[in-house]
Design a protein around this ligand. Structure first.
Ligand code: ZN
Length: 407
């Protein structure tokens, strides 16, 4: 069904002047605290409340009821793709996220600097979260020691803190190589294994790479070794331009979200700072609003605070968003959606399977009794409960960008 829908979208979508804005408060869905309130319920949100009274609300299942999504699949759903069909490897997301160009023959992996003891066992999988500046220096040191292995070009680039990207370019590189990250301390890094015949050369190159790096880093502390995971190639995903004739852009600061945006064809607008800079993102939104007809606006902190179990800070982040909401409304987007890619309940300190509240503001809506943008209010909303991937056709329709299907 879902591939059929994409084919139909390609046929009935039209280019218009109307504009769609999708705001993703990462991990916004939550559970009640001891006081019986979720962060959305506890937050003081006059602007969101007013908007909710004039919008349609409902609940989204990011992937399938009961399935806890990662942020990657969670976003793919929001962008209209079936996350069970389309998969983007972690390495690819990281590589694209830091702006590395990937060709169809390239294989990327996500790396961690880690600490090993004299016996070679991992004692800290994140090397004490070394600062990004040290990470950059170590990446340079590795880069000057190894540029090519068996005719395969090797590129090593820093992400933030202890994370980096390994990009391999060459012929006959299959992407199916096992992680070297043992996921636990007290164990040695695992040897990279080819998971199919086509990936044997890749595994061999990776093994040689790891040996070289171990030697290069042996006198460093705490980052004296690396762990690799999420080997993958660029997937074949039809772009938003191709499917919906959109000119889409993304305002996101974390590498993974920038990566996934690029994979589906969005232009990622350049932020100067790192981390969560709501003010800078808002300025970028205002400056670029007229140039795009689909704007994806990502806020990460709601998820980070959920992961930390920090209820109060999640509430404050929601209130900070509420404070800038009038600036988004001032642009009068034809369709405005506010939702999340999954729930991250503070009591669980992790992502969860609970459905996520969604708010859709547009011109032609039916009666909807919701008075606030909360999990509880969304239960009685006119959108009911649907899959995240069903949101995209709905936004397109409300933006007047879909022709009638059939005569
Ligand atoms: Zn997320």
């Amino acid at each position: 069904m879902d591939t059929m829908i994409l084919e139909i979208m390609k046929e009935i979508s039209v280019k218009t002047e109307s504009r769609i804005v999708l705001i993703v408060l990462d991990g916004i869905g939550d559970l009640p605290n001891e006081g019986g309130k979720t962060p959305l319920e506890a937050a003081t949100t006059p602007n969101l409340d007013r908007l909710a009274m004039n919008s349609a609300l409902g609940l989204l299942d990011p992937i399938y009821p009961g399935i806890t999504p990662g942020s990657g699949p969670g976003h793919l759903g929001l962008f209209g793709y079936n996350p069970l069909r389309y998969w983007i490897g972690r390495g690819v997301l990281s590589a694209l996220g830091i702006g590395l160009e990937m060709g169809p023959n390239d294989v990327a992996a996500r790396g961690n600097f880690c600490t090993i003891d004299e016996s070679g066992k991992v004692v800290d999988r994140r090397a004490g979260r070394i600062p990004t500046e040290l990470n950059a220096k170590l990446c340079e040191k590795i880069s000057s020691a190894v540029k090519e292995i068996d005719g395969v070009k090797v590129v090593v680039r820093p992400e933030e803190e202890h994370r980096f990207v390994l990009l391999l370019s060459g012929q006959d590189l299959g992407p199916h190589v096992s992680d070297t990250d043992p996921q636990k301390t007290g164990l040695e890094p695992l040897a990279p294994q080819a998971l199919d015949k086509d990936s044997e050369k890749t595994a061999k190159v990776v093994a040689k790479f790891v040996d070289i790096v171990k030697e290069v880093l042996k006198d460093e502390h705490p980052a004296n070794m690396v762990l690799l995971r999420g080997f993958d190639k660029l997937p074949h995903i039809p772009s938003l331009q191709e499917l919906y004739k959109l000119t889409p852009c993304a305002i996101a600061s974390y590498p993974m979200y920038k990566g996934i945006s690029r994979v589906v064809g969005m232009e990622v607008l350049k932020l100067e700072g790192h981390g969560e800079l709501l003010e800078e993102k808002m300025t970028l939104f205002e400056e670029n609003y007229d140039k795009y007809d689909y704007i994806f606006f990502h806020i990460k902190k709601t998820d980070s605070y959920g992961e930390d179990g920090n209820f109060d800070s999640k509430v404050h982040q929601i209130e900070a968003f509420d404070a800038v909401l009038p600036r988004i409304l001032a642009k009068k987007p034809d369709v405005l959606v506010i939702t999340g890619d999954h729930s991250t309940p503070c009591v669980l300190k992790s992502h969860s399977w609970h459905p996520v509240p969604v708010l859709l503001s547009a011109k032609y809506l039916r009666y909807d009794p919701c008075e606030r943008f909360t999990e509880r209010e969304a239960l009685k909303g006119s959108l009911g409960r649907m899959y995240s991937m069903q949101l995209m056709p709905l936004m397109m329709a409300h933006a007047g960008k879909l022709k009638k299907y059939g005569a």
